[in-house]
Design a protein around this ligand. Sequence first.
Ligand code: SF4
Length: 301
Amino acid sequence: MAFLFESFEGWKNYSTSKSMSLAAVVMEYERVQKGRTEKEIWDGLSTAWDVMKDAVRTGLSEDMTSRSGMINNGAKKVFNYPTPVLSKEFQNLISRALAAKEVNSCMGRIVAAPTAGASGIMPGVLYTLQEIHNIEDKKILEAMLISAGIALIMEQKASIAGAVGGCQAETGTAAAMGSGAIVHCLGGDTDQVFNAVAVTVQCMLGLVCDPVAGLVEVPCVVRNASAAAIANSSAQIALANVSSVIPVDEVIEAMGEIGASMETRYKETALGGLAATKTGQAIAKKVLIRDIEVLPDETTI
Ligand code: SF4
């Protein structure tokens, strides 16, 4: 019987008692629960990693204008801007998270890690991490397994869907996955990986889901960039053994409690927050009129 990813404490205890790495516990879960071989799982991870890297490159090289017009090649503008705010590496990180998410908003191929709305975070984080630290692919794939374990627990204890738990559930989970992956790749132990998750989620708590016109574009794309930055700041904090104080399982429970008490208008309904602003409403009306205008051609009975 494989470990069922109900808590971080349980994951740590299981891995310690069985002398298995965190990644090996996820591998066992995937084999037993999904009936796949190890080779199939590694191949699947490798394909996902390739798709993530492609999404980054596509977003930085091809035209990324969404049908609504709200997304208009922002990643390339950030990537090419002559003055880095902190460093070229930070600028790259932000551009890459934006790029992969823009590909999603423009209906391109991405990995939903854990959801399409948050699909820029892991690519931005891992691509930049590999480039800076020269991490070999095998280690990245191992980190992706750990990220999957993190998402499994967050899904069980809280949610990974904006419609259920707000944006904290989507971009927050992706940032936690990215942060844990960074710490693993840079040699952190189990406590440091879990501390990175806890710190990350503490920084993302309460974030509402309020997509303008119900499209996963604004504020989704820029939130992928900020979540990628938080993943890195949290990893830096966790690697230095600065404690989250509140244990990771309790932090995720708090996320679940906040998500459950969040009003419906902040859960992907496009009725609150940015979606309800004057400009947000005007854009929604424009998008709707355009959709109605194209309807007769697209719905041939
Ligand atoms: S605002 Fe909503 S739709 Fe957009 S990324 Fe966040 S959870 Fe997803």
